[in-house]
Structures are given as structure tokens and as C-alpha cells.
Write a protein that binds this ligand. Structure first.
Ligand SMILES: [Zn+2]
Length: 422
């Protein structure tokens, strides 16, 4: 009996928490320093942040869902005080100290870096930038909402939304483990500000806080502007950006060369590629360094559902970068370029699709910013746990959703109505 009971208490959620306490000092080092602006708080800030971390770990998607499991035994030990209501959690997030949450994320980075869990990818520390909209509504709005006019046949309507620029660190995998990708920070777009200006604000803060976390920044075509490149050049960082804009002189310059210069053959995964590599281009004078353009024309076969026949597909990539051709080969540039798209399903898309991180838990700028930062904390801890603590054998064949469902099941099992108990 005793053994059965002992086993019963070793659960995924409790093990995740034990891991975070041991490796990151979660309660003392991360949560305890976070404060909020309430004058006479009855519920501690720590309790609110810890409850929200569990909300994300269990992928509950709403504060009401969290309230439904408020009677679970689990909370007593985890919070050391009574659980708080959905209203309180929402209200406290609108008064939370975002910087304190950012320092918590930094602490996780420091520990993982010290434990050698964040090795460079292809000999360089790389990060990726991504912009994301958190919700859109015609009705609900706040003073921090961005707005745009949508044209309908019946007339124009103003749509309200929030948008953030996010930075995700892309380390290589530690030996025998999966890579631990870390969401380092995000910056909300303020009404009237443009995306590049917001990005530079984010980068200024991140580079100040993490001067050596990345040497190379990967980004979508949207960010490929002179101020963006110059900002990074001035801080001795490299950029690699998709080159799409056919109005740019740089693009026109190289487009004329593709037909005249023979490409080099190469391979990326199972794809046959033709690579063009043009370093030292000066046709973008607004950028304070010569630019390099690399194109990869890739052919691969796809098996069609109907008829089960293979058909050839091609994809054509063009990147503009400051990476020097003397140090970084075209092949490595292509791998870095693809790294941006390989993470499409990780990072932000994963947060939205699986973690419900774009749900508006409380419609208020500060609350939206802080719920997202707590989601980053929860995401980083969860992925470190999965990759570094769970034995590869135990992980094998089990998706991360499987572990998230187990976490939720632990909480629900503890609030089983008495008449249903075995
Ligand atoms: Zn709003």
C-alpha cells in the first residue's frame, strides 16, 4: 500500500516543479522577486504567477478552467496559501511588473547556459525574430489596442488588435538531447509605432540584457530594412533576412546575375540545390556595410495522395546577409536560412496552437504583455524539463501534448466529484 501511495505522488506536474526548483530555484530566484502595483495585496504576487504558470503547463486556455480545479490538493503545497479567483489573476496581471518577469526568463537562460544546454548552432549563436498578432476584434478594445479599417461590401469597419515582436533563441541540441529553444523576450507594438521601430526597441533591450546570447539574427523579409541592418552592424551582430522586395536595388542587382552566373550544386537535407553566392554588394548604400546575397533553388519530390506518384517540387530562396563569405560558406548560410522556417512550428506557432498564449485572459495592455511573459517562462521551463530531465527512452514516441495532458489530468483527477470516485 505504502509503495502504491508513494508512486501516486510522483506525477509529471510535481516532477516538473521539483526540476524547476532544483535547477532554476523557481520559487525563490524567479517568482519571489516579481512584484505588482497593488497597494494592499491580500493574495501574494507569487501565488498569482505560479497559478498562471500551471494554467499554461496544463494548456487550460482560460482562467475559468483554472478555477474549476481550484480545489485540487496540489495547490496547497505549491502556493502555500489559498488559490485565487479568475478575476484576481486577471486584475493582478494588469498591475504586474513586466521587468521582473523578464529577469526571471533571464535567470533560466543563465542557468541553462552555465549547464551547457544551449550550444551554438553551426558554430554561431543564432536567434530568430517574429511578429505576431494576439487577437482581433471589432467590439472589445482598450487604450493600447492597434486599429485598422477593414473594407466590407456593407461599409468600412474598424478592427482592434494587439501585436508583438518576439525573440526566440535557436541553440543546437546538447549531445543526445533535443534542442532547448528559449523565448527570450517580446515587445508590444504601441499605437502609432511601426514594426521596425518596435523591433529595434526590443533588440536594444535584449542586447543590453544578453550581450552574448546571439551573434546572428534571422528574420522575415518584413524586417529587411536599412535601419534594422545598421542597428545590428553597429552592435557587431549579423543579420540574415529573406530578400523578397523586387523593388530594391539589391534585388535587381542580383536578379540580373542569376541568368549569367552558373550556380554551384549543393544539397540541403534530401534536396538537390543550385546555389548562387554574391558577396560584397554595394547596391544598398543606405546599409553601412557591403551586403551578400545567397540564393538556393531546391528540387525535391513529393508523393501525391492521389495516384501515389512522386512529383517534383521546387522552392526558391533568396537571402540578404552580412555574414562574410570568407568565414561562413554558402552551405551554412542556406542552413541558417532554413533554420528560420524549420522553427515555424516551434516558438510562437506552438504557443498559439498548443498553449493558447494568444487568448486574451484580460483585455488590458499590461495584462496581455505579462500573461505572454509568464507563458514564455512556462514554455522555457517545460521544454528544458522535457529535453534535459526526462530520459530519452521515456520521451520516445510521446509528444509534448501527451505530457501536457498528463499534467492537466493530475489536476482534474484531484477534483473528481465524490459520487464518481472509485
Ligand atoms: Zn486592446
Amino acid at each position: 500500500m505504502e509503495t502504491a501511495r508513494a508512486k501516486e505522488t510522483i506525477t509529471v506536474l510535481r516532477r516538473l516543479i521539483a526540476y524547476s526548483e532544483k535547477i532554476f530555484g523557481l520559487s525563490r530566484e524567479i517568482v519571489a522577486p516579481i512584484s505588482d502595483r497593488r497597494l494592499a495585496p491580500r493574495i501574494s504576487t507569487a501565488s498569482v504567477v505560479k497559478s498562471t504558470a500551471v494554467l499554461f503547463w496544463a494548456r487550460m486556455g482560460s482562467l475559468n478552467a483554472l478555477e474549476l480545479v481550484a480545489k485540487a490538493r496540489f495547490w496547497k503545497k505549491w502556493l502555500g496559501e489559498p488559490t485565487c479567483s479568475a478575476d484576481t489573476i486577471g486584475r493582478v496581471h494588469s498591475l504586474l511588473d513586466a521587468d521582473g518577469l523578464r529577469q526571471g526568463i533571464h535567470h533560466i537562460y543563465d542557468r541553462l547556459k552555465r549547464n551547457k544546454a544551449l550550444p551554438d548552432f553551426q558554430g554561431m549563436a543564432a536567434a530568430v525574430l517574429d511578429g505576431h498578432e494576439s487577437h482581433a476584434s471589432y467590439l472589445r478594445h482598450c487604450s493600447g489596442c492597434l486599429q485598422r479599417t477593414i473594407h466590407f461590401e456593407t461599409g468600412d469597419r474598424v478592427q482592434f488588435y494587439h501585436r508583438q515582436v518576439t525573440l526566440l533563441l535557436l541553440p543546437d541540441a546538447p549531445q543526445g538531447r533535443k534542442p532547448v529553444r528559449l523565448l527570450l523576450d517580446h515587445e508590444p507594438l504601441r499605437p502609432g509605432a511601426d514594426e521596425v521601430a518596435t523591433t529595434l526597441r526590443l533588440l536594444a533591450r535584449v542586447i543590453r540584457a544578453y550581450p552574448r546570447a546571439f551573434d546572428l539574427l534571422l528574420a522575415d523579409a518584413l524586417y529587411g530594412t536599412a535601419p534594422f541592418f545598421n542597428f545590428l552592424i553597429a552592435r557587431r551582430k549579423h543579420a540574415l533576412v529573406v530578400l523578397k522586395d523586387d523593388r530594391r536595388n539589391l534585388y535587381q542587382d542580383v536578379a540580373g546575375l542569376f541568368d549569367r552566373v552558373a550556380p554551384k550544386p549543393g544539397t540541403y537535407r534530401s534536396r538537390q540545390c543550385s546555389w548562387w553566392d554574391f558577396p560584397d554588394l554595394v547596391s544598398w548604400p543606405q546599409v553601412n556595410a557591403p551586403m551578400r546575397v545567397v540564393r538556393s533553388l531546391e528540387t525535391y519530390s513529393v508523393r501525391r495522395q492521389i495516384g501515389k506518384k512522386d512529383s517534383a517540387q521546387t522552392s526558391d530562396w533568396i537571402w540578404a546577409t552580412t555574414l562574410p563569405s570568407t568565414q561562413v560558406s554558402a552551405e551554412r548560410v542556406v542552413r541558417f536560412g532554413h533554420q528560420r522556417w524549420d522553427v515555424e512550428n516551434h516558438g510562437f506557432n506552438e504557443l498559439v496552437n498548443q498553449w493558447h498564449a494568444d487568448h486574451v485572459f484580460k483585455h488590458d495592455s499590461c495584462a496581455i504583455e505579462c500573461f505572454l511573459l509568464v507563458a514564455f517562462l512556462a514554455y522555457n521551463i517545460f521544454h528544458a524539463f522535457l529535453a534535459l530531465n526526462l530520459k530519452p527512452d521515456l520521451r520516445k514516441g510521446r509528444t509534448q501534448t501527451f505530457w501536457a495532458k498528463l499534467i492537466a489530468a493530475e489536476l482534474y483527477a484531484e477534483v473528481l466529484p465524490a459520487s464518481l470516485s472509485p
